[in-house]
Design a protein around this ligand. Structure first.
Ligand code: URA
Length: 241
């Protein structure tokens, strides 16, 4: 099955180059690309990434030219972890190291994040889904000089994150920092005001916490981030009962 007309129109609208038939594309596309893009829901047209499976979504992200960040990125940074992980961690945007390596949270913030995950027996590596975290960012491209994401960049990239959440179907989401909160909860309230309680995103419990980069600059708040991780673990335990 190929792309639906509406999917092609919407992907083109956000700047993704698509071809109705793979043989028309100037580069060879993965076989799964064409075979996998049937909408899975009747309202699939609500988002340009609707109905895409993992390979097709990865290709759509890599080909995205919806905003100017495509001009300065080395590569897109898609996400990492088990596609059925129980935990989903959402950060802000790739930094320099992530832009070089193509994986989220591989710089200093990433080392702290990995330590935090390890403290609650989680990993981005191989493990059973209950001990795995899928890690993604609100933006898939690095803003130049690591500046803050712009509202229009967040808006253009949002469809990809929405689809990642739909595909992972996490049991708990950890939103790290103001931009993850803005994207997922549509809130501009400070992280400090939103943490400490359970929110919902697409029906999934969501806990707000500080971004690791913030924690590196504000060591005293690490204790609060630990409380947030414990709240997330407890929320997951409760919802699995
Ligand atoms: N900060 C983020 O929010 N995401 C990354 O991938 C790296 C740093």
């Amino acid at each position: 099955m190929g792309w639906s007309e509406r999917q092609i129109a919407m992907l083109r609208e956000i700047g993704v180059r698509v071809w109705a038939r793979p043989e028309e594309a100037p580069i060879a596309l993965p076989v799964a690309f064409e075979a996998s893009v049937a909408p899975t829901r009747s309202d699939a047209a609500a988002s340009p990434a609707s109905g895409l499976d993992w390979p097709a979504l990865r290709v759509a992200v890599a080909a995205c030219t919806a905003c100017k960040l495509c001009e300065t990125r080395r590569q897109t940074v898609f996400g990492v972890g088990n596609a059925r992980a129980h935990w989903m961690i959402v950060g802000e945007a790739p930094g320099e190291q992530e832009d070089r390596q193509g994986e989220p949270f591989v710089g200093k913030s990433g080392q702290l994040l990995d330590n935090m995950l390890r403290a609650v027996s989680l990993t981005r590596g191989e493990a059973e889904p209950g001990r795995q975290a899928y890690i993604a960012n609100t933006l898939k491209c690095r803003p130049p000089g690591n500046r803050n994401p712009l509202p229009e960049e967040l808006a253009k990239c949002e469809a990809f994150l929405i689809r990642q959440v739909e595909l992972v179907q996490p049991k708990i989401i950890l939103a790290m920092g103001a931009f993850a909160v803005q994207s997922l909860l549509r809130s501009t309230e400070p992280v400090g005001k939103l943490r400490g309680r359970v929110h919902r995103y697409q029906g999934v419990p969501l806990i707000v916490t500080y971004h690791p980069a913030y924690l590196l600059r504000n060591l005293v708040d690490k204790a609060k981030a630990w409380d947030d991780l414990c709240l997330a673990a407890e929320t997951l335990r409760e919802s699995s009962r």
